[in-house]
Design a protein around this ligand. Structure first.
Ligand SMILES: C[S@@+](CC[C@H](N)C(=O)[O-])C[C@H]1O[C@@H](n2cnc3c(N)ncnc32)[C@H](O)[C@@H]1O
Length: 290
């Protein structure tokens, strides 16, 4: 591969060369990605790009930056190259073993935090399909005294969730269980949250490379109509919720009506759809039978 830039390159020159290189590979937001990766290599000080653009990269910095840019040119997500992703103002470790926390999923956090201000303080939250743990750990960190249980079928995802719990000093307030949805879950909970896989199987081939090639299909594939996991979870959720307990799902675009229907049929009350910042119905919530 043609070299991206020569050694002994200035910061500003490296940034321009890397941006051009990524643009050649049709990476959208090439300059943004190149800057984020360069700042990462330079130790996280963003200001340096403006304060000392003439500073020469060391050989080690040059080499590492080139490697990062090459990885990005092959469409590896920036978060995987950095090994982390911000969610609700906290950093989470991520890798190709877990779904990257998405900004849209902050809607679920927002709705649950508003819900708890109106009700008795919850003691327990169950997260089905915890992945990196971003939803569960955020809520446990935000809600004093709450204990969290995170479930995933993927042992590697559970390892990542445990690593994140450790980094956030939450290990004594969460447990992680390998389980196919409720299979190995014991107890009843105040709140059940879930962002299950919801992409229709046939649509997976058309996803952008960053998602299709670098994120686990177990986190994406929601079956033929994308709704299989919701059906399974809704059919059992009442058994694992306290009377009047709260069930909330993240849903894919256009799935809110179908999930509302399932929850109605299962006897949930007060079902609501909650929009994300783009006015898309992003979460569906309801209360279990009293
Ligand atoms: C869309 S990801 C959500 C991850 C994380 N909660 C988030 O919001 O970023 C769905 C998660 O469900 C897990 N999963 C898929 N099928 C499962 C099953 N049958 N039982 C338990 N977890 C499952 C996947 O491994 C993945 O971590």
């Amino acid at each position: 591969m043609k070299t991206i830039f020569n050694d002994h390159t200035r910061i500003d020159e490296a940034l321009i060369a890397a941006t051009k290189f990524l643009t050649r590979f049709s990476i959208e937001g090439a300059r943004r990605d190149a800057s984020v990766l360069l700042v990462f290599i330079l130790g996280g000080d963003r200001e340096i790009l403006y304060r000392a653009p003439e500073q020469i990269l060391t050989t080690a910095e040059s080499e590492l930056f080139k490697q990062c840019i090459e990885r990005r040119s092959k469409r590896e997500p920036v978060s995987h190259i950095l090994g982390k992703r911000e969610f609700w103002s906290r950093e989470f470790f991520v890798s190709s073993d877990v779904l990257d926390p998405r900004p849209d999923s902050e809607t679920l956090i927002d709705v649950v935090l508003k819900h708890v201000t109106k009700t008795k303080k919850p003691n327990s939250i169950l997260d089905l399909g915890t992945g990196s743990g971003c939803l569960l750990l955020t809520l446990v960190a935000e809600l004093d005294g709450v204990q969290g249980t995170g479930v995933d079928l993927s042992p590697k995802a559970l390892e990542m969730a445990a690593k994140n719990a450790n980094a956030l000093n939450l290990t004594d307030r969460v447990q992680f269980i390998q389980s196919r949805w409720f299979e190995n879950v014991e107890g009843i909970f105040d709140i059940i949250i879930s962002n299950p896989p919801y992409i229709e199987t046939a649509d997976i081939a058309d996803l952008q490379t960053e998602v299709r090639e670098f994120e686990p299909h177990l986190a994406l594939d929601g079956g033929a109509d994308g709704l299989e996991c919701y059906r399974l979870i809704v059919s059992q959720a009442n058994e694992f919720l306290k009377a009047g307990g709260y069930l909330i799902f993240e849903v894919g675009i256009g799935q809110d009506d179908a999930v509302t229907g399932m929850m109605k049929q299962a006897g949930f009350d007060g079902i609501e759809v909650h929009n994300d910042l783009a006015s898309v119905g992003r979460c569906v919530s309801g209360y279990s039978k009293l």
